[in-house]
Design a protein around this ligand. Structure first.
Ligand code: MEV
Length: 352
């Protein structure tokens, strides 16, 4: 018996870094996925296979004894094994088409898919499911499925990144375009699970600088910036929140959430570039990213870093008619693709 789960990667449209300090963020799940397959073995070990290598450790091993990239999987395996005494071994295999360490949610998607796969194997979830459908029913027992996957994936991610805001995890879990507000939870806007249909009818171009980054390190750097510039950091948090949503003197709601209802891609693009200014100010950009952003200037409606910065990817809003100009503007050493928004979130099933 195999338990198979997959979860999408993500981009952050607005609010990365500031969300760690309490602002909102808007994210979108993308059409690149990680698949985690788990099964029982008789080997008295926990074995993890991924493109980063294979580890096989005795069942009694703690997640702290293994290299960081394997920790979330060993943590989840241990947690389930400890509460199910008659298990003789576990094998977990990760297949991913999300580039690693460049801000597209590879680590969070792994944690979400692993939580669903391992919980499914131990029958803590129904034998199959799709988060978008669970979300739209929103009642009784199904809420437990959400809470199970959220809780387990967060614990898994905290083994490598204790300061996570949880935004990436929620996006990889629910799919669609989401507004994440750590205190008040998640609102899903688009996709089959969405309560309101938000649209961005331009291409969301993702360009990879091919420079891997450490989210943990960038988040620590921003924390230091905040300590040294408390007043300005607090102003920037206000500005970021306002970019997403605030009210004018007549009580009308304005901000990018409104722009997305109206599908006003010019206004969305302008706010993305405004958000980039705040990311520059907290020093998570660098010359390579600035060059990439500036090379797309003439065709992009708005361009910014997505994710932790210090490398990783940028996103740009580009109209159809300008898409074929992109390769010449960027040069050959950058990878780029136009992302579609994933609307399923995490899906899981048992295969006999
Ligand atoms: C990383 O994709 C996003 C950050 O805001 C960290 C977090 O939200 O946990 C930089």
């Amino acid at each position: 018996m195999k338990s198979i789960a997959s979860a999408p990667g993500k981009i952050i449209l607005f609010g990365e870094h500031f969300v760690v300090h309490g602002t909102k963020a808007i994210l979108a799940a993308i059409d690149k996925r990680v698949t985690v397959t788990s099964s029982f073995t008789e080997n008295k070990t926990i074995k993890v296979n991924s493109e980063l290598g294979t580890i096989e450790v005795p069942m009694s091993s703690s997640h702290e004894e293994v290299e960081s990239e394997f920790r979330p999987f060993v943590y989840l395996a241990n947690k389930m094994i400890n509460s199910n005494q008659n298990v003789n071994g576990l094998e977990i295999t990760i297949d991913s088409d999300i580039p690693i360490g460049v801000g597209l949610g590879s680590s969070s998607a792994c944690c979400v898919a692993a939580a669903a796969s391992i919980c499914g194997l131990f029958k803590e979830l129904p034998s199959s499911g799709e988060m978008a459908q669970v979300w739209s029913r929103q009642i009784g027992d199904e809420k437990e499925e959400r809470e199970k996957i959220s809780g387990m994936s967060r614990e898994a991610e905290e083994t490598i990144f204790p300061d996570t805001s949880g935004a990436d995890l929620m996006c990889c879990q629910f799919g669609g375009i989401i507004e994440y507000n750590g205190h008040n939870g998640v609102i899903v806007f688009s996709g089959s699970s969405g309560s309101v249909s938000y649209e961005i009818s331009a291409n969301i171009l993702i360009v990879n600088s091919m420079i891997q980054h450490s989210t943990k390190r960038s988040v620590e750097k921003v924390r230091k910036f905040k300590e040294n510039n408390e007043k300005r950091f607090s102003e920037l948090c206000d500005l970021v929140n306002q970019l997403m949503e605030h009210y004018d003197k007549l009580g009308r709601r304005i901000g990018v959430l409104e722009d997305m209802i109206k599908n006003d891609i010019t206004a969305i693009g302008l706010k993305m570039s405004e958000n980039q200014k705040y990311l520059e100010e907290i020093q998570v950009s660098n010359d390579t990213l600035r060059d990439m952003i500036s090379s797309l200037k003439e065709i992009s409606l708005g361009t910014k870093i997505t994710g932790a910065g210090d490398g990783g990817c940028i996103i740009a809003l580009v109209k159809d008619e300008n898409l074929d100009k992109v390769p010449a503007l960027l040069g050959k050493d950058k990878e780029c693709f136009s992302a579609k928004i994933d609307t399923k979130g995490v899906v899981w099933k048992i295969e006999k």
